[in-house]
Design a protein around this ligand. Structure first.
Ligand SMILES: CC(=O)N[C@H]1[C@@H](OP(=O)(O)O)O[C@H](CO)[C@@H](O)[C@@H]1O
Ligand SMILES: [Mg+2]
Length: 514
């Protein structure tokens, strides 16, 4: 089997990963020597089923592993055991790594039953090359990113402990929520679906710092149900329905994390029982509107706010799938808000933006409105985990914004209406036959596929459809939207058929949804 370091590292059935983990321990140690910094290795397969596992490497500032090293990871993972030493030497030579330098690797894991032995394999790899390690044990993916960033910024970003993480975020949240006018207990109440993963226990730790300013009911906390099974952010987003294991009443504000708590989506049901999803696009809209208003109040004409993939009135950019692409695009702006529709995202502040905010927040010769806005911006910076999308941090920011604006989840939902949409998967013999361009919105191969999609899209009103190979599963993803759910479903089905016919579909042709 050939494994590829994909959009979010290696991911497959846990039984096949032992040697991969050991080798990623080796690679992280080399990366640490190369960068003269601490590197992170997170053992998780996020929203995949419990039987799977995976590994993500974290670069010095808490960002995802740089692309050239993804290729080293793939080479190392697929090398025959007897060639392993030669493969390592090859990387050492190519990157001119001084093996006498010290190395340090932070390791974390999610709650999967396979994670304990697999993270031990990572640690063994680190020690085999003489690296130092720190095992954080059970943490969310974004917590490990945070630890790496804190360590390499020598505490400037915060303290590299779970306690430090909890107190930084909760202090910022408490400062923000002081700006909310009197809220009832109902308004402070939030239902959280922990996907039966690491998010639930970690949220409990944060909650203990929140002084009851947020009242959280956690369900799917891992005490009974199976990880990501019929629950979690991916299930809710793709199925467009509430998770099992939760009794919610109309109007209750709810959110779901994914298995490693780096994604979040919100939702509620209305009095007619209809389900309303507030996905990454709606989250990005809420956050960028809030930031934009604060920038106006603070009177800064110089900071440019960019929202990736979602909104008008702020600059909008699209990238290929994967937060690493969004992250880099967001770095080009003073303030970059990025979210995938699935709820993975964060906000980045440039150094200049942060410095301006700090100066304004300290300033004594500005009026009260500007001062208030500056302090709000300062605490917003602190509540956000800028290293990577973080369900807990995003949740705290969203809750604070809703409280400050005195906004209900219904009012947030009403900012704009989503077009009905549908996501499907098609299995083909080799998904790489589909090549795309224009931020993965048009297929350039196989011949005839894009023309077929264009023809189908024309049959429906307000319709769009995209196909692309998945970066995490052996499938082709199909997305369609149109003026009604029936049309979106029908278009998604017809496009799936076209993919199946033109791109080497495996097994029976996809069946209509209705
Ligand atoms: C439809 C969807 O949610 N796709 C996800 C999923 O990638 P795929 O390439 O679709 O398998 O996992 C990626 C990594 O987490 C994430 O970046 C992406 O948005
Ligand atoms: Mg995840």
């Amino acid at each position: 089997m050939v494994l590829q370091y994909g959009t979010a590292g290696f991911r497959t059935n846990a039984k096949q990963l032992d040697h991969i983990m050991f080798r990623m321990g080796l690679l992280a140690t080399l990366r640490s020597r190369k960068t003269k910094a601490t590197i992170g290795v997170m053992v998780t397969a996020s929203h995949n089923p419990e039987e799977d596992n995976g590994v993500k490497l974290i670069d010095p500032m808490g960002e995802m592993l740089t692309a050239t090293w993804e290729d080293f990871a793939t080479q190392l993972a697929n090398t025959e055991q007897k060639e392993l030493l030669a493969a390592l030497k090859d990387i050492i030579n190519k990157e001119a790594i001084n093996m006498k330098l010290e190395a340090e690797v932070f390791v974390g894991k999610d709650t999967r039953s396979s994670s304990a032995s697999l993270s031990q394999a990572v640690l063994d790899g680190v020690h085999a090359l003489g690296g130092q390690s720190k095992d954080y044990g059970l943490v969310t993916t974004p917590q490990l990113h945070y630890m790496v960033c804190c360590q390499n910024s020598h505490g400037q970003y915060g303290e590299a402990t779970v306690e430090g993480y909890c107190s930084k975020l909760s202090q910022a949240f408490l400062a923000l929520s002081k700006n909310a006018s009197n809220r009832t207990d109902d308004q402070k109440h939030l239902f959280v679906d922990g996907a039966n993963g690491i998010g639930a226990p970690k949220l409990r730790e944060v909650e203990s710092h929140l002084k009851k300013q947020l009242q959280i009911s956690i369900f799917n906390d891992g005490s009974r149900g199976k990880l990501n099974h019929q629950c979690g952010a991916d299930f809710v987003k793709v199925q467009q329905k509430p998770p099992t294991g939760v009794e919610i009443s109309p109007g209750d504000r709810c959110c779901s994390f994914d298995g490693d708590a780096d994604r979040i989506v919100y939702y509620y049901t209305d009095s007619r029982g209809f389900f309303h999803l507030l996905d990454g696009d709606k989250i990005a809209t809420l956050i960028s509107t809030f930031l934009k208003e604060l920038l106006v109040q603070v009177g800064s004409q110089t900071l440019r706010c960019c929202c990736l993939c979602c909104y008008k009135e702020v600059i909008v950019r699209c990238t290929k799938t994967g937060v690493k692409h969004l992250h880099h695009a967001a770095q080009e702006f003073d303030i970059g808000v990025y979210f995938e529709a699935n709820g993975h995202g964060t906000v980045l502040f440039s150094k200049t933006a942060e410095e301006k905010v700090q100066l304004l927040a300290k300033s004594t010769n500005i009026n009260d409105e500007r001062k208030r806005a500056a302090l709000l911006l300062q605490n917003t910076v602190n509540v956000i985990n800028q290293t990577v999308g973080d369900a807990i941090s995003d949740m705290l920011l969203i809750e604070a914004i809703l409280a400050i604006k005195g906004m209900t989840v219904q009012q947030w939902d009403a900012i704009y209406s989503d077009l009905p949409n549908r996501q499907l998967k098609v299995t083909v013999s080799d998904r790489r036959v589909i090549e795309t361009t224009d931020a993965e919105r048009r297929a350039v191969s196989p011949a005839g596929l894009q023309e077929a999609i264009d023809g189908l899209v024309k049959k429906y009103k307000q319709a769009r459809s995209f196909v692309r190979p998945s970066g995490t599963e052996d499938v082709v993803r199909v997305y369609a939207e149109a003026d009604s759910q029936e049309s979106a479903d029908a278009l998604a089905h017809e496009v799936s058929l076209a993919v199946h016919r033109l791109a080497g579909g495996v097994g029976a042709e996809p069946k209509p949804l209705h």
